[in-house]
Design a protein around this ligand. Structure first.
Ligand SMILES: Cc1ncc(COP(=O)(O)O)c(C=O)c1O
Length: 388
């Protein structure tokens, strides 16, 4: 099995957003979608359903058990299946949690630079206000890492207007994997101040060699009175975000309120193919994931070394996932604009991730080595052209 034996010509036949947002002469390295071949067990499950014309409504009742087995094997996390609510996707799981567990107009802490829909979901979908507590940058140049600022989180949680905290674990776009100590402290602080923690763990099964993911609810288990949920999904890891199936795991303290609050209609967004893909991923997706993680580790090293060799470019070493957070000297507030214009490479604009994203761009490196070489060459031409 070779998950990355593909070409630009082949990939351009895809009709997903990644391959339709820009003209044919642009190489897309933006949205979090992989260029790899679908895992064989997922493809087989979907093909079989099509062959049966099996495209009606589908219950998600097998999903909690499949998640529980995967979480136990992967992280030693015991997920009580009665605490799992299956919803269409992670962002609607976060929104349902905020709507049913916090008051309208209350404040929600997030840690920029962070996945842009965190801002819009809090403000536009849920009518809450964003309270920014930026990640803190530590380490010498070339070895910079982003970490949670626990003191600043505590200062924010003291404010009674703050009712929730959306934690990105692992963090997108910096690839930070939070330590058990950090997560334990977050749990203590949140419980002390009555703050709901919503832990978005969509990137967790993408944790790369050298780091270990800790499920927040596993750490939080012993903390009395903690209000917490985790949102998980197979969609990012097995590249099936268009199929629609995510899981909201409720901590015991908030379970009844969530079960009472979330209307049955909210579960209608779960896709039949999302259920099939998720079951195949959790039950039979390990060999493909192993090859995919090894491939990402190769691409991470290749991209990091290539960018380090360029003057004025610094990539944060990602501990998880396939998104590289890169700082560019001298390419202005939004380097992705210049790189798109001059090199026809589409990256995500750093400023979309909040004000710490100025002078940054996010690069998706879940692609073939050949395509990544073209992305790097394009970036290099802009950087060199600017310096000369
Ligand atoms: C941190 C994070 N949360 C949520 C999502 C979106 O997930 P979903 O499509 O399940 O809403 C993404 C997508 O990249 C993400 O990076």
């Amino acid at each position: 099995m070779h998950i990355d034996h593909t070409s630009l010509a082949h990939l351009r036949q895809r009709t997903s957003a990644k391959w339709r947002a820009y003209p044919e002469d642009v190489i897309p390295a933006w949205v979090a979608e992989m260029d790899f071949a679908l895992a064989e067990p997922i493809a087989a499950a979907l093909h079989a359903a099509v062959d049966r014309s099996d495209t009606g409504y589908r219950w998600a009742d097998e999903i909690p058990g499949a998640l529980a087995e995967f979480a136990q094997a992967e992280w030693g996390w015991q997920v009580p299946i009665d605490n799992v609510i299956v919803l269409a996707d992670v962002m609607s799981s976060i929104a349902q949690s905020l709507v049913h567990l916090t008051d309208p107009g209350s404040a929600v802490v997030i840690n920029p630079p962070v996945y842009p829909p965190f801002f819009s979901t809090v403000e536009k979908v849920c009518s809450r206000t964003v309270r920014e507590v930026p990640l803190t940058r530590i380490g010498a140049p070339g070895e910079e890492r982003y970490r949670l600022d626990l003191d600043a989180l505590e200062r924010a949680f003291v404010d009674p207007a703050v009712q929730a905290y959306v934690l990105c674990s692992p963090h997108n776009p910096t690839g930070t994997v939070h330590t058990p100590d950090e997560l334990g402290r977050v749990a203590e602080l949140a419980a002390a101040h009555g703050v709901l923690v919503i832990s978005d763990e969509i990137h967790a099964p993408l944790t790369l060699a050298g780091a270990t993911h800790t499920p927040f609810l596993k750490v939080a288990n012993d903390v009395n009175d903690l209000r917490a949920v985790a949102a998980v999904s197979a969609s990012k890891t097995w590249n099936i975000p268009g199929l629609k199936c995510a899981q909201l795991v409720a901590g015991d303290v908030v379970l009844d309120a969530l079960r009472d609050g979330i209307p049955i209609e909210a579960t209608y967004g779960v896709g039949h193919f999302g259920v099939l893909g998720t079951l195949a991923a959790y039950r039979d997706g390990a060999p493909w994931r192993g090859e995919m993680l090894a491939t990402l580790e190769d691409r991470r090293r290749f991209l990091f070394d290539s960018l380090e060799a360029m003057d004025g470019v610094r990539m944060t070493w990602p501990e998880a996932s396939y998104l590289a957070w890169v700082h560019f000297d001298g390419l202005g507030e939004d380097p992705a604009l210049e790189i798109l214009d001059q090199a026809k490479i589409a990256l995500n604009s750093g400023p979309a991730f909040g004000s710490p994203g100025a002078a940054h761009a996010r690069i998706n490196y879940a692609t073939t080595r050949e395509i990544l070489e073209s992305v790097i060459a394009g970036i290099g031409s802009v950087v060199v052209g600017h310096a000369s």
